[in-house]
Design a protein around this ligand. Structure first.
Ligand SMILES: Cc1ncc(COP(=O)(O)O)c(C=O)c1O
Length: 386
């Protein structure tokens, strides 16, 4: 091992800044107190900016999947027909949730590694011989590192039928993308704390528009902990229906403050600059990228080593020799790709040790000199964007 510092480059959980850790370490307060109400009020409203939401955002003390499930339970009646776009492991998660509740499910499959084609989704919906109540999709499909054109689909869907609910899972990109629920025609947008929002795992977020809010109180699918109307009533009183993760709420307040200080447009740009420079660096090391440039997520990048042995060697050497953790593939991409996360509390230079370590690892493994190639491409990528 050559480094004392570990570098966590998985697509979540991601590093948590000291400022957030300190905020979370402040003395505990009771959750039925005016102290907590003040924290909760700031937390709910502070999230509006990153979600592009016009209402305060619901915070659940549970992981991202709970927000996926909540969005389905609270918008869909048992006899409704829904479309789920499956382009990777997390689309499959939406599918599993729907199957667990025996919803009338129509799956639109997308090749893993590609983004959906809006016209094809529309054609699929038109071919279903039953009105569709809702469409569910990922924004960033973390398992493939694709960023879907969610705004384009939002417009097309609402033009086709303004009554359709459009639900977007932004777990792995909210906090890094320029989203506006009204502009992009999204009814419900969900996320989790442990990714681009640079908080520890364990909170889930649900942003909603007026239509969705009304619908929450009209559907009759059973739910208890995840009953969003209950969460909304509490939110209006600056509290939560059940015991919240009080320290993490403090973390959310600190996060919103940090985003405000940096400026959200700058946060978005920072992620885009890192993505583009990293893609150049990986290409310069003769590593294939799973996803085309026009569908590449600003938060995670999947690359394809030459073969399985090289893949294992890269991942192991990064961990053992350089103390750098990246992620492997999921589902049918397991053993075929590696994924490097670059979201949240990350600046361009933070990726340099990863790129330089890859140069050394590949030079040894392929017996070819890559020294300086990846870092040059990476630095040129960021230098021009400073
Ligand atoms: C796009 C997406 N959706 C949902 C989830 C599930 O979130 P959690 O593991 O916090 O339940 C993840 C987690 O990686 C994700 O990336």
């Amino acid at each position: 091992m050559y480094t004392h510092h570990s570098l966590l480059l998985t697509p979540g959980p991601t590093p948590v800044p000291n400022k957030i850790q300190h905020a979370m370490n402040l003395p505990m307060v009771g959750h039925r107190s005016s102290d907590f109400e003040a924290i909760a009020k700031l937390a709910f409203s502070g999230l509006k900016r990153v979600f592009g939401a016009s209402h305060d955002v619901i915070i659940l003390t549970s992981s991202g999947t709970s927000a996926l499930e909540a969005s389905m339970r609270n918008l869909i009646n048992p006899d409704d027909h829904i479309v789920v776009i499956v382009s990777g492991a997390f689309g499959a998660r939406f599918q599993q949730i729907a199957e667990a509740y025996s919803h009338h499910l129509h799956v639109f499959n997308v090749e893993w590694g590609e983004s959906f084609n809006t016209e094809d989704v529309l054609t699929f919906i038109q071919s279903i011989d039953h009105p569709i109540t809702a469409v569910f999709t990922q924004y960033c499909e973390t398992s493939t590192s694709v960023l879907h054109p969610v705004a384009e689909l939002g417009h097309s869907l609402k033009q086709f039928n303004p009554d359709i609910y459009y639900i977007v899972d932004g777990v792995s990109c909210i906090g890094a993308v320029d989203v506006d629920m009204e502009r992009d025609q999204i009814d419900v947008l969900v996320a989790g704390s442990q990714k681009a929002m640079m908080l520890p795992p364990g909170l889930a977020f649900v942003a909603y528009n007026d239509r969705a809010r009304t619908r929450f109180s009209q559907t009759n699918s059973p739910s208890f902990y995840l009953n969003l109307s209950k969460h909304l009533s509490s939110l209006e009183a600056s509290t939560t229906p059940y015991t919240p993760n009080v320290p993490a709420f403090r973390g959310v307040v600190q996060y919103s403050q940090m985003i405000k200080e940096e400026g959200f447009q700058h946060v978005v740009k920072r992620h885009n600059v890192i993505r583009d420079a990293l893609r150049k660096a990986l290409k310069s090391l003769s590593l294939d990228l799973l996803v085309n440039d026009d569908a590449a997520s600003p938060t995670v990048t999947a690359f394809v080593p030459k073969d399985h042995d090289e893949l294992v060697y890269i991942k192991e050497q990064l961990a053992k020799t350089f103390n750098i953790t990246i992620a492997g593939g999921q589902g049918k991409l397991k053993g075929h790709i590696l994924r490097v996360g670059h979201m949240g509390f990350i600046s361009p230079n933070d990726l340099l040790p990863f790129v330089s370590s890859l140069e050394m690892i590949l030079s040894t493994y392929r017996n070819e000199n890559y020294i300086g190639k990846g870092t040059k491409a990476f630095l040129e990528g960021i230098y021009h964007e400073l």
